[in-house]
Design a binder for this molecule. Structure first.
Ligand SMILES: [Zn+2]
Ligand SMILES: [Zn+2]
Length: 103
């Protein structure tokens, strides 16, 4: 994790907004976990962001894009150029289409 104030005030202290704190029977802090990302700068109160999380989110988006990439193929049955996802049928005539890997 690498938190940074969105106001760029240079603060090194932040508050996690959505946490569950585990305590013992006397109420002494034991540990915590962050339930949801959400942070505030303790210095100026502006929202803070986890800079390390951004690339990971981008990677996840890229991976999703890869899975959902439409492929342009020419339907051999109705000879219509169609854009389909791998495994889909021709939207024009319903013929099963095979997408050549790497195309
Ligand atoms: Zn700040
Ligand atoms: Zn077709």
């Amino acid at each position: 994790m690498w938190l940074a104030c969105s106001n760029r005030c240079g603060s090194q202290l932040f508050r996690a907004l959505f946490t569950e704190v585990e305590i013992d029977s006397e109420g002494t802090y034991q540990s915590h976990r962050i339930v949801q990302p959400g942070y505030l700068c303790l210095n100026c109160g502006a929202p803070a962001f986890d800079l390390r999380e951004v690339p990971a989110e981008r990677e996840a988006e890229l991976a999703e894009d890869e899975v959902a990439d439409a492929v342009d193929v020419l339907c051999p049955v109705c000879e219509t150029p169609v854009s389909i996802l791998p495994g889909e049928e021709c939207p024009n005539c319903g013929a099963p289409l095979e997408v050549a890997p790497g195309s």
